[in-house]
Every structure is written in structure tokens, then in C-alpha cells.
Design a protein around this ligand. Structure first.
Ligand code: PLP
Length: 388
């Protein structure tokens, strides 16, 4: 196992200081990558979605492994994440890095400096990018985003042609692709089909009138699982890479493996009498005499307070209920009459040996994405090369 040396983790959490750690399994990442590869045409590229620190896993380590699997396109949220990825030297300098958020004009010179592809959604930003390209005598890499129904970012399909033609004619811009994003990709309904049709019509109109082929992409994990025709030139899976499905009840889903295991240590064990209350606001009392293990992890480690009294923890391969309110740095677990559990023992909060991040998400009334992304910097990421 090697600790991720990518800033900010190396500087914020020297190895060994905090018992909570996120073990990141690179073989499991590779397994999920291959499961995606099998689902899509061989000519279709896979963009590695490594935004939000690769859904909390550690962007540099994840991108490095994806690069070794042939990935040469990466998706991040913004220029800050993009620069961090470039500076980590984890990917080839020839790999493309697309920042999904619409840029602020003042940051556009950074896109050029660090060779990052900007998402362009309107004429104002197009002109700003052109001005930067012209001033530096080097084209700015751009992709045009079309809003076909997500309602978040993008040019409306009505105005897309004008924007695309202006971009394509400019010597100061390098128009690399066109993309859209689905609002409910795990449901094969008329709305989603309409989004795909609008996108394909927009692309065809431009390609027919210019004779140029653009890299077209639309599919996130949900769409690549449910909407075969949406794979196009490239797919953009995020959550699948990290071992989870975007939604429950997806038919014929491949078997995926969690890439992250959140572990910590038992730091204290005691015996309590029936009726003894545990933690803030006394929301749990022992029904009978039992043993309580205190673990070094809490909501400041991404273990939501909503999980209080709702989830289990795995210690020495056995599952025990978490009891009492989750506190900032510690949680309590009812280990019953297990006398073999001691301070220093490993405990699995979620991952391949415990509940999944999706189980945690259900109990915390959220989605696995938020659980994974919410693991903060003080939890050290430890990359594992061997299969768990
Ligand atoms: C533009 C874009 N593409 C792809 C993804 C990946 O989505 P998923 O994790 O559902 O595969 C996201 C994630 O939110 C996104 O914003």
C-alpha cells in the first residue's frame, strides 16, 4: 500500500496521525473500467470522470491508473481541479482535460496556460476565449455544451448552430467537441429520448453544413447502462468507475466492485449496564448489559449524523449496530458480548468488507455520490495495488 502523495492530503494529514483512512482499490477500479468497456462499442472512448477529487477517491491516483488503461480524456469540475490534475503529473501531457463548469472570463488565460478545455455555453464566453487565444497567438481548446433539458448549463439548441459556426471559424479557438447531459439518465422515458434526439439533430445539422466531424458525447453512467444509442463517440462514466450504480433497479447491470473502503480503529471498549444511555441527546440506551466500542470517526470524516442508530459497522468480519448519535470525531458500536474486540482493531464503515456506500447512502437519505465525495481531506487516501 502506498499513501497518496498528492497535495493537499500529504500536507494536511501526515500518515499515521488520524486512524480513519480511505483504502482505494486500484484492481477494483480496473474491474469497473473493464465492465464499462464491455458495454460500449470498441470505437467509443471513455472519459475518466475525476471531478470532486475523483468522487473522493483521490484524483491523481485514479487518473494515473485510468491513463495506464488507455484513457486519454478526463473530466473535472473546474479550472482549479484541472490545474491540480495537470500539476500532479499523473496523466500524459497529451491527455485532454475538460472542465465541465462554465468558466469565469478572468480564468480563461489559465485554460490556455495549463492546456485545459473550456466548456462554452454562450457568445460572451466564446468571445472572451477568442480574445485570450488571439492575445497569446495560440488557440484555446473548447467544447460547446448544449442544454437539451438538464437546465443547468449550455446553449439552447435553438442558438447552438450560430455558436458552433462562430467557434469553428475562429483561428483562436480549437473546437474539440460538443456535449450534453441527461436530467434522468436511468429512466428510459420520452424526456430522455427527446434529449438525445435534440442533441443528435443539433450535431447532424452542424456536421452536415460544415462537413466536419465533432467528438460528440452525452452518456453518464446511467445513460450508458440504459440508453444504448447514447454512447456516441465517448462516454463519461463517473459513479460506475467507483463501483456503484447510479440508481437502484437498473436491469442487466454489470457486477461492480467498490473502489473505496472507509476504515477506522476501535479506540476504547467498555461494558455498560442495561439502561445506560450513549452519546448526545441520549437517543439510545442499552436494553441489557452489553459492551460498547468507541471508534475514531464521525461526521467530520464524512460519516453523516443522520446515520445515528441506523447502520452497522464491521469489526473482525462481524457486523454490529452503530448506536447513539454520531458525533464529530467518534461513533459508538454495540458489540454485545464480543470479548475479542479491543482498542486498535480495524473497523470498516463501508466498502468491500462492510456495508456499501449505497447502503450508507440509503440510511443517510442521500445517494452514494454524496457519501463518496463527502469524505474530507483529513481522511488519508491509501492506494492499494492488490485485490482486496
Ligand atoms: C457533465 C457530467 N458528465 C458525466 C458525469 C458522470 O455522471 P455519473 O457519475 O452519473 O456517471 C457527471 C456527474 O455528475 C457530469 O456532471
Amino acid at each position: 500500500m502506498t499513501a497518496d502523495t498528492t497535495p493537499p492530503y500529504s500536507t494536511l494529514t501526515p500518515p499515521g496521525e488520524h486512524p480513519a483512512e480511505a483504502i482505494v482499490s486500484l484492481p477494483n477500479l480496473e474491474h469497473n473500467f473493464r465492465a464499462i468497456r464491455e458495454r460500449i462499442p470498441s470505437t467509443c472512448r471513455i472519459m475518466g470522470i475525476v471531478k470532486a477529487n475523483a468522487y473522493g477517491h483521490g484524483a491523481a491516483g485514479i487518473a494515473r491508473r485510468l491513463g495506464s488503461l488507455g484513457v486519454s480524456d478526463f473530466g473535472v469540475a473546474n479550472i482549479e481541479e484541472a490545474i491540480r490534475l495537470r500539476n500532479a503529473h499523473a496523466i500524459s501531457s497529451r491527455a485532454a482535460v475538460l472542465a465541465f463548469c462554465s468558466p469565469l472570463a478572468s480564468y480563461l488565460p489559465l485554460y490556455l496556460k495549463h492546456d485545459i478545455t473550456a466548456t462554452i455555453c454562450d457568445h460572451e464566453m466564446l468571445r472572451a476565449a477568442e480574445a485570450v487565444g488571439s492575445a497569446h497567438n495560440r488557440p484555446v481548446r473548447i467544447q460547446v455544451k448544449v442544454d437539451t433539458g438538464m437546465g443547468r448549463l449550455g446553449v439552447s439548441p435553438r442558438h447552438a448552430q450560430e455558436l458552433l459556426h462562430t467557434a469553428e471559424k475562429s483561428p483562436h479557438l480549437n473546437l474539440e467537441g460538443i456535449y450534453t447531459h441527461f436530467a434522468q439518465s436511468t429512466r428510459l422515458d420520452a424526456f430522455t429520448a427527446g434529449q438525445l434526439k435534440t442533441f443528435l439533430d443539433t450535431c447532424s445539422e452542424f456536421e452536415h453544413s460544415t462537413g466536419k466531424h465533432l467528438c460528440k458525447h452525452a452518456a453518464n453512467s446511467g445513460a450508458l447502462l440504459t440508453l444504448k444509442d447514447a454512447s456516441l463517440d465517448m462516454v463519461r462514466p463517473g459513479i460506475m468507475l467507483y463501483g456503484y450504480l447510479p440508481d437502484e433497479g437498473i436491469e442487466n447491470a454489470p457486477e461492480l466492485k467498490p473502489v473505496m473502503e472507509l476504515r477506522t480503529k476501535v479506540i476504547f471498549v467498555k461494558e455498560i449496564d442495561a439502561g445506560t444511555s450513549i452519546s448526545y441527546n441520549r437517543r439510545w440506551s442499552a436494553p441489557s448489559k452489553t459492551r460498547i466500542a468507541t471508534l475514531s470517526a464521525g461526521y467530520a470524516d464524512g460519516y453523516h449524523r443522520l446515520l445515528s442508530n441506523r447502520i452497522s459497522v464491521s469489526i473482525r468480519g462481524q457486523s454490529f449496530p452503530q448506536v447513539g448519535t454520531v458525533t464529530m470525531d467518534q461513533i459508538m458500536v454495540d458489540i454485545g458480548d464480543s470479548h475479542n474486540i479491543r482498542a486498535g482493531d480495524d473497523a470498516v464503515l463501508f466498502g468491500w468488507n462492510g456495508p456499501g456506500a449505497d447502503d450508507i447512502a440509503r440510511a443517510a437519505e442521500t445517494i452514494s455520490y454524496e457519501i463518496l465525495c463527502g469524505i474530507p481531506a483529513r481522511v488519508r487516501r491509501v492506494f492499494k495495488e492488490n485485490s482486496p
